[in-house]
Design a protein around this ligand. Structure first.
Ligand code: UD1
Length: 417
């Protein structure tokens, strides 16, 4: 197993075009099942989670091939109705195949999905949504069997779940009748999913707001989509500049998708400028960040739970105490163990992490235990004094494409061996 060697304390300088968003391409890949014609996906990130989705598509009978950074999916030959347990466990987003699979085949058999260990991650909202759309859902001995042609219906989500909203959209597009989703998630990735489905001939409106409506009964054709820039990778990069100092321009991301993160970094003393398709951030490495206040994670447009860990790593060396209140997942402070190894002063009470800024962190041997927690340890290591050896790269590779290349391009000393 390789590890990352990171030499900290080097300011980051330069420009980087951010990769396509993992959380956008995964539902798009599941949505490819809804058409019998080829779909070309450009700006597709090379990630192990994308490989896992491609594995599932192959298993179901679709063909997938890379043309440079474009992934071409042709699901004409899809004929399988069940997904292996191993494939389901490879990532959380494997559950996203359930809705389009039952819509396409009239039957889908899956097991519970895997993914980052962030506490219990139920799928009840996914299953209730599919049931509302007219599918018969049975659960027995860890297996989920979903049967019948979806008719459409009105789904009321008690909580705006991202994945359940996407699954409901994908199933609703394949349904015979119309679907309304009330209290839908409003993330930019949902807006992109709507754009993608409409480009294939679907009739979906309302994404980005709380009510999404879908006219069912349309046969989808092939098409092209360019995956939107990854706002969480962008947030990680900006947090790294806030931690190590320097001046970086991140291209390929819409600043409005990052506004809560940018506001916090600006309050902390970073200079931020936003363009149409880019964000520029500068931090004077001799002036520490200003901490203070309480950051509470929330569904979009609130502060993203996925940015909590990398941003916390930057505030570990801020002046003052910053509180991070996690409301989305019950075990999302896994990175705190590694940050403490590096000298951070953080205590956890219930769902809040109290980060008392220390003058500096030092290098250490630390292990990533989940994807964004891994991003946080890399951010901390880039700002720390001395060498960090970062383990658990299999988590990082799920969502950060060639992390060492990205930071290396900006002058960081980060080597995978
Ligand atoms: C997605 C993102 C993930 C992000 C999260 C919240 C993808 C691939 N992943 O995950 O990176 O951290 O949104 O922004 O897009 N819940 C239930 N029942 C369900 C579904 C969810 O109780 O059926 C709960 C979850 O346990 C969690 C909360 O709802 O507490 C939010 O989950 P959800 O929005 O569904 O997140 P994911 O789609 O899993």
């Amino acid at each position: 197993m390789s590890v990352m060697y990171i030499e900290g304390g080097v300011p980051l300088e330069g420009t980087w075009r951010v990769q396509g968003a993992k959380n956008s391409v995964l539902p798009i890949l599941a949505g490819c099942l809804l058409t019998r014609e080829p779909v070309r996906i450009s700006n597709c990130p090379r990630l192990s989670d994308v490989d896992a989705a491609v594995d599932i598509l192959h298993h179901l009978g679709a063909s997938c091939s890379w043309e440079g950074e474009k992934l071409v999916v042709d699901a004409r030959g899809a004929c399988e109705t069940s997904i292996d347990q191993g494939q389901m466990r490879a990532m959380r987003s494997s559950i996203m195949f359930l809705g389009p699979l039952v819509a396409r085949m009239g039957e889908a058999r899956v097991s519970y999905p895997g993914g980052c260990e962030l506490g219990p991650r139920p799928i009840d909202l996914h299953l209730e949504a599919l049931s509302t759309l007219g599918c018969q859902v049975q659960e027995q001995e860890g297996e989920i069997l979903c049967r019948g042609r979806p008719r459409g219906g009105v789904i009321h989500f008690p909580f705006p779940s991202v994945g359940a909203t996407e699954n409901a959209m994908l199933c609703g597009v394949g349904a015979d009748g119309d679907t309304t989703i009330v209290n839908a998630a409003r993330e930019p990735e949902i807006v992109q999913l709507q754009q993608f489905l409409n480009a294939l001939g679907a009739k979906v409106t309302g994404a980005g707001g709380s009510v999404i409506t879908i006219q069912g009964g349309h046969t989808l054709h092939g098409g092209e989509v360019s995956v939107l820039g990854d706002r969480i990778v962008a947030a990680t990069l900006l947090a790294a500049v806030a931690a190590a100092g320097g001046e970086v321009r991140v291209e390929g991301v819409d600043w409005r998708h990052l506004s809560t993160v940018l506001q916090l970094l600006e309050q902390g003393g970073c200079r931020v400028r936003s363009g149409v398709d880019s964000v520029w951030l500068r931090r004077d490495r001799y002036v520490p960040l200003r901490g203070g206040g309480c950051i509470t994670t929330a569904p979009y447009p609130g502060f993203p739970t996925d940015a909590q860990a990398p941003v916390m790593a930057a505030f570990a060396t801020a002046r003052g105490t910053t509180i991070f209140q996690e409301t989305m997942f019950s075990r999302r402070f896994g990175h705190v163990v590694g940050l403490r190894e590096m000298g951070a002063d953080i205590s956890i009470r219930d769902q809040a992490a109290w980060v008392r800024g220390v003058p500096r962190l030092h290098g250490a041997r630390v292990t990533a235990t989940d994807l964004r927690g891994g991003g946080a340890l890399a951010v901390a290591a880039l700002g720390a004094q001395g060498q960090t050896i970062l383990d658990g790269l299999e988590h990082i590779d799920r969502g950060y494409q060639d992390m060492e290349k990205m930071f290396g391009h900006l002058g960081a000393k980060m080597i995978r061996r």
